[in-house]
Design a binder for this molecule. Structure first.
Ligand SMILES: [Zn+2]
Ligand SMILES: [Zn+2]
Length: 359
């Protein structure tokens, strides 16, 4: 990408920058995030739309990239994969999107040809490119997005549209678990991903228990998300789990920590015949005791990203008021302030649940 200052000083609507130039926030290398001017995108290619970015959510992935701890990550990179956008131009006669439409972005660019794509599992495409991770994302005023990755809502606020992607992570994790009404579900980890899992596990009718090492997160679950049972994960939780479940343990355990110790312990916390779902990702090897795994006949499932249909479903659930997004956003930041506050906002111990950048 080339950076330049436009020769013309004509003001463009909605922007303090001259025509042809837009503001972009770029992660140059680990620990170096800066605001620059980049060329505004040209007309979109066929099958794509040009959109104006309105809101960008920040999450753990951005923090790992900032710290240089995201594997296979290349710098410089424009972050931003939790996006709420407004359509500017559509170059796709088959699409009914029109200028002015407000959309959530499904930031997973898949090949459409591989075994996973052919089987309706676009979320784990062999050649998946996540915007803001593997290719440049949305921390800039305008971007191109394929029209089939834009999910419109006439009712959701821009803030709510930016939450659709992180909600999708929990939605897909819960779908993987196939939760039945009234079954006990243990969710380990009450960060943003864990909370998104909790929300959909409750919506599926599960009896949800949340474990975390941070008491303030557990309090949040009880107060804001109507979770009845929370456990301090820094202590041994199996006695309390056995007590709650009539000595049977939960039939579903969903790990949203990405912590190896926690993930390996989940095999001991699941009921005989139960399912373990790993939503959180650990960058390394995990081991388990096979006799324990076999004795319980555990079903182990990974959960990656979210499926295209999850985006429209989540939009509908929020529109109908069945998913409440009001507890989610704890911080708003203007994009001009972001460079100064990003390290404080994105740190895991910052007290920030979800920070949203306003473009
Ligand atoms: Zn995210
Ligand atoms: Zn594919």
């Amino acid at each position: 990408m080339g950076f330049f200052v436009a020769p013309s000083a004509n003001d463009r609507s909605n922007s303090q920058y001259p025509s042809g130039v837009m503001k972009t926030i770029i992660l140059q290398q680990p620990n170096e995030i800066c605001a620059v001017q980049t060329a505004a995108p040209p007309e979109p290619p066929s099958g794509w739309a040009l959109v104006r970015v309105n809101r960008v959510g920040i999450c753990g992935t951005d923090w790992h990239a900032f710290q240089g701890r995201q594997p296979f990550f290349h710098y410089p990179r424009i972050l931003g994969h939790e996006l709420a956008v407004v359509i500017e131009t559509v170059n796709d006669p088959a699409s009914d999107l029109k200028p002015g439409d407000r959309c959530a972005v499904e930031p997973y660019l898949n090949c459409g040809k591989c075994i996973a794509c052919r089987n309706g599992k676009e979320n784990c495409c062999v050649d998946l490119k996540v915007m803001g991770v593997h290719v440049d994302g949305g921390m800039r005023e305008q971007i191109h997005v394929p029209t089939n990755k834009l999910h419109r809502s006439e009712k959701l606020s821009m803030d709510q549209l930016a939450l659709v992607e992180p909600l999708g992570i929990g939605c897909h994790g819960v779908d993987r678990a196939g939760i039945r009404k009234a079954e006990w579900v243990l969710v380990i980890g009450a960060g943003p991903i864990g909370l998104s899992v909790v929300q959909f596990a409750l919506a599926a009718g599960g009896r949800v228990v949340v474990a975390d090492v941070d008491p303030s997160r557990l309090e949040f679950c009880r107060r804001k998300m109507s979770v009845l049972h929370t456990l301090d994960a820094s202590a041994e939780i199996s006695p309390a789990l056995l007590k709650l479940t009539d000595n049977e343990l939960p039939t579903v355990v969903i790990d949203a920590t990405g912590n190896a110790k926690s993930m390996m312990r989940s095999f001991e916390l699941v009921a005989h015949g139960g399912r373990v779902v790993f939503v959180g990702l650990f960058q390394g090897d995990l081991t388990f005791n096979d006799p324990n795994f076999h004795r319980r006949e555990v079903t182990l499932l990974a959960s990656r990203n979210a499926r295209p249909q999850d985006f429209s479903r989540i939009i509908r659930l929020v529109e109908e008021g069945r998913i409440d997004t009001s507890p989610w956003i704890t911080h708003h930041v203007r994009c001009d302030e972001l460079v100064a506050v990003f390290p404080k906002l994105a740190a895991p111990n910052s007290g920030v649940l979800k920070a949203i950048i306003e473009f």
